[in-house]
Design a protein. Structure first.
Length: 296
């Protein structure tokens, strides 16, 4: 005997309501996804520095606007759209790093943007359940076994900049976390960002004191590998000159390397391959040439 209280067509109405609810939820999900896609497309257009002439100074406004739109897109994305969320989080971390590195000058703003970039990269890493599981036992072990090269690379970079404002935290373990990030990025894809993991790990070894893991010979080797990956990423030879050749007072190689960067920068294709980074590298090369014992 039926004991349910399906009176006056109640059960039929309920059966009719359930598929209607599913349709409404599906439509809402599609609208949400469409809104997120539109925001991401608009953000990508602002972030794009490869289409047309690149104006370094004017790009700051585009970069800041792109960050705002990516943040809105992140809020609009469904919680279970892991691939899209990961992509947006990594792009946000990278954009925050670039804004802090290339444009902001107020120390509080610089610290805040790198903190934000670090948090976005960490959120991207935590999308992977294996990372979360490993993190419960050891955060550094989780970093060393991360699977997303973009997330681990930008976490290492933003963490490094953030720790410049927190020296005690850096000495108490933060520096080793940076090292773990770059070592893992090299393992995952040394060619990412035209040798970015090699370049970042080399810069780490060159700038960090020996008792915290610094190793100038390792830095030399890694810089050579980074420059071999891409001759058009001008930051690699500039970093090598500043962080290795200058401390060694190898002035002839120092001056020749930076002069070669300036010459390469005359090639529009070279500058266009990495517009933001090429512009910054050229500016640094010119400064180092003027500041060092180089004839021009």
């Amino acid at each position: 005997m039926r004991t349910g209280l399906c009176l006056r067509g109640g059960c039929d109405m309920r059966r009719a309501f359930i598929p209607l609810l599913v349709i409404v939820l599906a439509i809402g999900h599609c609208i949400q996804a469409s809104n997120a896609d539109a925001l991401i497309a608009a953000a990508n257009q602002l972030y794009d520095r490869w289409s047309g002439a690149f104006d370094y100074a004017a790009y700051q406004d585009d970069l800041e606007s792109a960050i705002e739109l990516y943040e809105q897109a992140l809020d609009a994305l469904a919680d279970d759209d892991m691939d899209a969320r990961s992509t947006v989080l990594v792009r946000l971390s990278r954009a925050c790093f670039e804004l802090g590195e290339g444009y902001l000058t107020d120390s509080k703003e610089v610290e805040a943007i790198h903190r934000l970039g670090r948090d976005y990269a960490l959120a991207a890493l935590r999308i992977d359940p294996d990372f979360v599981s490993t993190e419960q036992g050891s955060f550094r072990a989780a970093l060393s076994s991360a699977k997303d090269v973009g997330a681990i690379f930008w976490y290492g970079n933003t963490l490094g900049r953030f720790l410049e404002f927190h020296r005690v935290t850096a000495i108490m373990g933060g520096v080793r976390d940076i090292q773990a990030c770059f070592e893992r990025a090299v393992e995952l894809d040394p060619t990412y960002m035209d040798g970015g993991p090699l370049r970042s790990l080399a810069s780490f070894y060159a700038q960090v004191p020996g008792f915290l893991g610094g190793d100038m010979d390792q830095a030399e080797t890694l810089f050579q590998e980074a420059m071999a990956v891409s001759p058009t990423f001008l930051e690699s030879p500039v970093n090598w000159a500043e962080f290795v050749l200058k401390p060694r007072q190898d002035w002839s190689t120092f001056c020749a390397t930076l002069s070669a960067v300036v010459t390469r920068a005359e090639d529009s294709a070279t500058m266009a391959s990495w517009p933001l980074y090429s512009a910054r590298a050229l500016e640094r090369a010119l400064f180092l040439l003027d500041d060092g014992p180089c004839e021009r």
